[in-house]
Design a protein around this ligand. Structure first.
Ligand SMILES: [Zn+2]
Length: 392
């Protein structure tokens, strides 16, 4: 190990000599000796003798390396306590340097599994797991903030084991996960919500069309505007109208090709798909009004950053579509009409904004990968730390 290499990876040491074999062993000492007692701050220190500390360090030219550090134990003549010399880049009691531990954390994070990494580095798999947990906790602490963001997205996701639910709180403005909490009902979330600081700061909360989240937001974020989530609103429309289509045309069944054509956005269909859709609508005339209703509703729901004047027109159009749904008198259409009229206010606000829980859904995908890579979590706290470290 050259002095330059050591300087770059672990500054604060002077190399005395090195032995190079399959293991690179470098004898070093710290550049600075302690001047003050850590207990009382006194400067009358007396050396109690030398000792050596051996720690793992980053590989050098492909060979593992070990630092042999000449240290001293000191006694403070002021308070009569003895202490060991603090070393830069090495935590008390550790047998490896912080750069080496960080490299282990990053390589494990990049996808090298603990047992393979442990084999390569000639340490126990438990050591890799421990280092990973320590760094995750440290990173999560750096990123975890207690002050609520101004634009919050709230959505639920599942934890595979036992199909438990968790609620994601996402900072939609900065596009990061603010926090996650176990459960999805108000009773489960209330103690967490009570611990948050600055709930008055939250101006906008984006939620799916769920009444339980709406009452939760009204109670816990009294100054926030509730905005319906575009992604979920469009999905609800699609689900109800497809159910209606299947009731009216039983032969549709679960034919994925047909359902796919009906679900897709009309302007995104290829010419061939357009042709097949027109054939389907010609063969089953009952589907046409449903399809047109879906297209009109989804076109309305996709609008964003509209002016207040434009919103007025859209409201008229939406109310007209809702009354058309009601007039049909069919059960699925009535349910959809009820949902849309319950949420009209939140949908109107949605037209004024661009942010939506698409960001949160993206993080849910990443959370699923985190769950999968860990083969499930037994402890919710460990899962939470990992999510905040990687998505926060
Ligand atoms: Zn002292």
């Amino acid at each position: 190990m050259s002095p330059v290499h050591l300087q770059l990876t672990l500054p604060g040491y002077r190399i005395i000599r090195w032995e190079s074999n399959t293991l690179m062993r470098v004898y070093v000492e710290a550049l600075e000796a302690p001047r003050l007692c850590p207990c009382c701050g006194g400067d009358r220190l007396h050396s109690k003798g030398r000792y050596e500390r051996r720690v793992r360090h980053l590989a050098c030219f492909g060979n593992p390396s070990e630092l042999v550090i000449g240290c001293r134990r000191y006694e403070c003549l002021g308070c009569c306590r003895s202490f060991v010399q603090p070393l830069p880049g090495i935590m008390p009691g550790r047998h490896s340097t912080e750069p080496w531990r960080e490299a282990i954390y990053e390589r494990h994070g990049d996808g090298i599994c603990a047992s393979v990494l442990a084999d390569r580095e000639e340490v126990a798999p438990g050591t890799v797991a421990r280092i990973y947990a320590q760094f995750t906790e440290r990173k999560a602490k750096e990123r975890l903030s207690l002050d609520c963001p101004r634009v919050l997205g709230i959505d639920e996701h599942t934890l595979h084991k036992g199909m438990r639910f968790a609620t994601t709180f996402c900072d939609l403005h900065r596009r990061r996960v603010f926090d996650i909490s176990a459960g999805r009902s108000e009773a489960e979330l209330s103690s967490y919500l009570a611990s948050l600081r600055g709930r008055d700061r939250v101006r906008v909360v984006c939620i799916d069309l769920s009444n339980s989240y709406r009452s939760l937001v009204r109670r816990w974020f009294p100054r926030a505007m509730i905005v319906a989530d575009r992604f979920h609103a469009i999905r609800v429309v699609g689900q109800h109208l497809m159910r209606l289509a299947r009731q009216l045309v039983p032969s549709l069944g679960w034919n994925r090709a047909w359902l796919g054509l009906l679900r897709a956005r009309a302007d995104r269909l290829l010419p061939d798909q357009q042709r097949r859709l027109q054939q389907l609508l010609a063969a089953q005339p009952a589907l046409r009004p449903i399809y047109e209703m879906k297209e009109q509703l989804c076109r309305l729901l996709r609008l964003k950053t509209q002016t207040p004047a434009a919103c007025l027109n859209h409201i008229r159009e939406l109310l007209h579509l809702i009354s058309t749904l009601r007039e049909s008198g069919l059960e699925a259409a009535l349910t959809l009409a009820k949902t849309l009229s319950d949420w009209t206010e939140e949908i109107v606000r949605m037209w004024r904004f661009t942010r939506n829980n698409g960001i949160t859904e993206g993080f849910h995908r990443k959370m699923k990968l985190i769950q999968r890579r860990a083969y499930g979590f037994r402890s919710f706290q460990n899962y939470r730390l990992r999510v905040i470290a990687q998505c926060g």
